[in-house]
Design a binder for this molecule. Structure first.
Ligand code: HEC
Ligand code: HEC
Ligand code: HEC
Ligand code: HEC
Ligand code: HEC
Length: 317
């Protein structure tokens, strides 16, 4: 799809531009008065004294050919606090002003550490907002739909039964909180879903990948339907029925990331299948011949036809 690619990359550039503008204009203003950020930004993994000491030790190590960086003598918590800050700055949460206090609590108006930290408990303590069993509710304050689905899942039930199971940040690691790709998460699921552990069905990762691949297939079918409708419109056909079926398919596509968190794969697959059927029905509604998503030709043929047409036109002149 040569033409499509170019359009997408232009859109992406414009979008990226807007995001950068947004980030440079809005974020410093809004976030400047958040004491968690102000202080954690300046944290160093080392005090000046430790830095000197580390330098001495490091040089001694190097002299004896022992590989060692400053890191092996880091003050652990300071370092964690600093690196969490850095990961957070690159996350979407930073972009949307989801500051430290939104998940950890504390007082973001106080510049004194002891006061700012009031109410903050370590993640190992069961009353902490970021204790692993409390994480779903902490995230669910904003991600209400994901939490609702997650509560229906076998994962949530095991978690509440005090068994080993993933919580939100097992899959969306702090503090990048990214959405994983299919390729990333097979290994992650296999930590528990493997024949040796016996805590969970071992075929779940493969099934999950198949499901997400089908979700991709739905997206492809939607593109085809969209193209078919555009074509039919140009030919002056009535596309209202096709558009309705396409809308159904698109709303199913948009519901999938949330629905996924129920970890009910048979149901997830059913919903995807119904979406694919709607998208294919939309193509049928246009009265145009069905395009096959699996043949690499469609986009290529389109652009090739275009190139040949231009070539012929030029030769005529
Ligand atoms: C004046 C500096 C300062 C401010 C303000 C501050 N912190 Fe910290 N924070 C630190 C330092 C230094 C550490 C490293 C551990 C320590 O010394 O307590 C830390 C550690 C932490 C930890 C690790 C757990 C713990 O209790 O040690 C969390 C979580 C944390 N800060 C969150 C926050 C949040 C949320 C805010 C805002 C409400 C905030 N901090 C405000 C300096 C600060
Ligand atoms: C979207 C929610 C969220 C935000 C925003 C967030 N954190 Fe966290 N943070 C967590 C979770 C969840 C954990 C627990 C991770 C774990 O169990 O390994 C955590 C753990 C930590 C820890 C380790 C301390 C401990 O008790 O184990 C530090 C330090 C920390 N966060 C600092 C920060 C700072 C500084 C910011 C802001 C720059 C921040 N966090 C923003 C959710 C968040
Ligand atoms: C105070 C509200 C708030 C809290 C609490 C919160 N989030 Fe978010 N989260 C947002 C907003 C706003 C966005 C960006 C807009 C969007 O994608 O919906 C976002 C985006 C995300 C994304 C998508 C990131 C991307 O790159 O597309 C993930 C994943 C995520 N959050 C996970 C979590 C997890 C896990 C927790 C709990 C540890 C959490 N969030 C807590 C508000 C919050
Ligand atoms: C077992 C792993 C796992 C757990 C647990 C998990 N997620 Fe996700 N999450 C994913 C994957 C994988 C995706 C991407 C799904 C997709 O592309 O359809 C995702 C997507 C998301 C998104 C992006 C949704 C969007 O509209 O693009 C958010 C936000 C999110 N998760 C929040 C959460 C919250 C909040 C929790 C806890 C209540 C949670 N996740 C628990 C794996 C997990
Ligand atoms: C920390 C361990 C852990 C991780 C990581 C994990 N799971 Fe699970 N999973 C479980 C447990 C425990 C169960 C419940 C098994 C039971 O009830 O017998 C479960 C159940 C499931 C089920 C329901 C199976 C059924 O037959 O009802 C699915 C689907 C699933 N997990 C998918 C995933 C996927 C996909 C990932 C990775 C994105 C993942 N899990 C990561 C522990 C984990």
């Amino acid at each position: 799809m040569k033409k499509g690619d170019v359009m997408i990359s232009k859109k992406t550039i414009v979008l990226a531009g807007f995001i950068l503008l947004f980030a440079s204009l809005v974020i410093p203003g809004v976030l400047a008065d958040n004491s968690c950020l102000n202080c954690h930004e300046k944290l160093s993994a080392f005090s000046e004294k430790e830095k000197e000491l580390n330098e001495v030790v490091r040089i001694k190590h190097l002299a004896r050919d022992i590989p060692c960086s400053l890191e092996c003598h880091a003050t652990t918590l300071n370092k964690i606090a600093k690196s969490n800050y850095e990961q957070w700055t690159k996350s979407k949460h930073a972009l949307f002003s989801v500051t430290c206090d939104k998940c950890h609590g504390g007082d973001p108006d106080s510049d004194i550490k002891e006061n700012a930290h009031i109410g903050i408990a370590r993640s190992s303590e069961s009353n902490s907002t970021v204790f692993f069993r409390n994480v779903p509710e902490t995230c669910g304050k904003c991600h209400t739909n994901e939490l609702k689905e997650f509560k229906n899942s076998a994962h949530y039930q095991k978690l509440k039964a005090l068994k080993q199971a993933p919580t939100c940040d097992t899959c969306h690691q702090p503090h990048g909180f990214k959405v994983l790709n299919v390729s990333d998460f097979h290994d992650l699921c296999s930590n528990c879903h493997n024949p040796d552990m016996r805590v969970a069905p071992s075929d779940a990762p493969d099934k999950a990948i198949t499901a997400l691949e089908n979700a991709q297939k739905l997206k492809d079918e939607i593109k085809l339907a969209d193209n078919a409708i555009k074509q039919a419109k140009q030919q002056g056909k009535d596309v209202s029925l096709a558009q309705k079926d396409l809308d159904t398919a698109a709303s199913i596509r948009d519901s999938l990331p949330v629905l996924w968190h129920g970890f009910n794969l048979p149901h997830f697959e059913e919903v995807i299948d119904s979406g694919i059927k709607s998208a294919q029905q939309a193509q049928l509604d246009t009265g145009l011949p069905l395009a096959k998503p699996s043949t690499p030709g469609f986009g290529t043929v389109l652009s090739l036809t275009g190139i040949i047409a231009i070539f012929l036109l030029l030769r005529r002149r």
